[in-house]
Design a protein around this ligand. Sequence first.
Ligand SMILES: Nc1ncnc2c1ncn2[C@@H]1O[C@H](COP(=O)(O)OP(=O)(O)OP(=O)(O)O)[C@@H](O)[C@H]1O
Ligand SMILES: [Mg+2]
Length: 444
Amino acid sequence: VRSDSNFFAAMPASSANSRSSPQSSSKDAEDIIVTLVGSVIQLGVIVVGSYYLSAWISKQIQQREMAPPSNDPARRRLEQILRRRGEKIPQLTAYETNIAEDVVDPIALDSSFEDIGGLDDIKQELWQLAVLPLRRPDLFAENKLVQPPRGILLYGRPGTGKTMLAKALAKEAEAIFIEVKLSKIMDKWFGESNKLIAATFGLAQKLAPSIIFIDELDTFLNPRDGFENSASATIKSEFLVLWDGMTTQDGVLVLGATNRPHNVDKAILRRLPRTFEVPVPNEASRRQILNLLLKDQNMDASAKKFEADLVKRTVGYSGSDLKELCRAAASAPIHEMVADASRKAVSGKLSSKSMLHSIKRSSIRPLCKADFMKALDKVKRTGQAAHSYGQGVEREAESEKISQEKIVEEAMMRRAMSLFRTMASLEQGNSTNEDDVPNLNVER
Ligand SMILES: Nc1ncnc2c1ncn2[C@@H]1O[C@H](COP(=O)(O)OP(=O)(O)OP(=O)(O)O)[C@@H](O)[C@H]1O
Ligand SMILES: [Mg+2]
């Protein structure tokens, strides 16, 4: 810039001098040429410099997207999984390696179909629809009509075992389980998120058979307020385009789970042709779930006898509620045994170390009926405890004099009314399940 201004500054001076003497005019011409050459050289340096700079920047970007170092922990874990399958690790981009951090080895998944109580029909249908095509794709390769679905949706009330079922499905299918973590994808610069979405599909295809699992599908790319900002809209369209681009022969299944199916984005819902409602367990399923949960517990005769009663007393409990109930009952003997010692330890009368040493595993008593009775009091079906707490507070505000008998009477009345309604709906042929809670919505 300086030389250019020198050059223009020199112009009038040189033309003024040209009128004064021939020697000075040739000197001015020389000056102009020198300035011109200088400017051209500067320009050249700038052009060449910016060329090399842009080449260096694009090389850096390319390197970032290329395979990361082979000692990357995610790559090493993937190598281990694939070695068992007798396969070598494919060429991965840095984005795919990023997604590979969340890949789960089917062997490491802790639930299989036999750990799930009840849901026999769903398990059987899922086995035919998803497990078989992922394990024996050759059976479906020829016939276009029997192609497996590219997407399956599991929906139902909270705690009914949807996530557990999805993991069990991957385990049975020996498919690599890739859980889409929206927080990870959205927490990126504009453009990076799209690359992570593309990497999810790319990795799933490279690692097929695989399952892309999207838990809480209702929150996936579907802002609750209905406002779609441009970033999430482009990510969503990228996701849909990549999903559409996949063929069923790719050995990739997209599996979604939600307890608010009506809130799932319509475009996503359309791509999940098979949907399964995972219901609240009925009596037979509750029996199976309780048997599974209690199979390794040390129980006395009273507790064993009470199991059948427990099944009847847990109408409306989800699988997760039943687990909580059993957990509460099973921890009672331990809590009871350490109650005295822990009180002393907390008050400083006994050192924590000697308190811990005083606990003997062998002296833990077996579970008894009373433990389950107490657990039934503590663990209500999901949402019920919070609901009755709200009612209790209201009542207290109205009058503190309501007697305990009256509350019991009210509860009995409510039960009778609910039983009456159930019987009425059964008579009308509206209900199919002998102990389904009436008017259950999926969402609570
Ligand atoms: N059918 C079942 N058999 C055995 N255990 C079950 C069953 N259903 C639920 N559970 C227990 O409840 C826990 C929670 O279940 P899970 O997370 O799969 O429920 P979910 O339907 O995905 O719930 P949410 O809708 O809240 O995500 C499981 O880890 C399992 O221990
Ligand atoms: Mg879940």
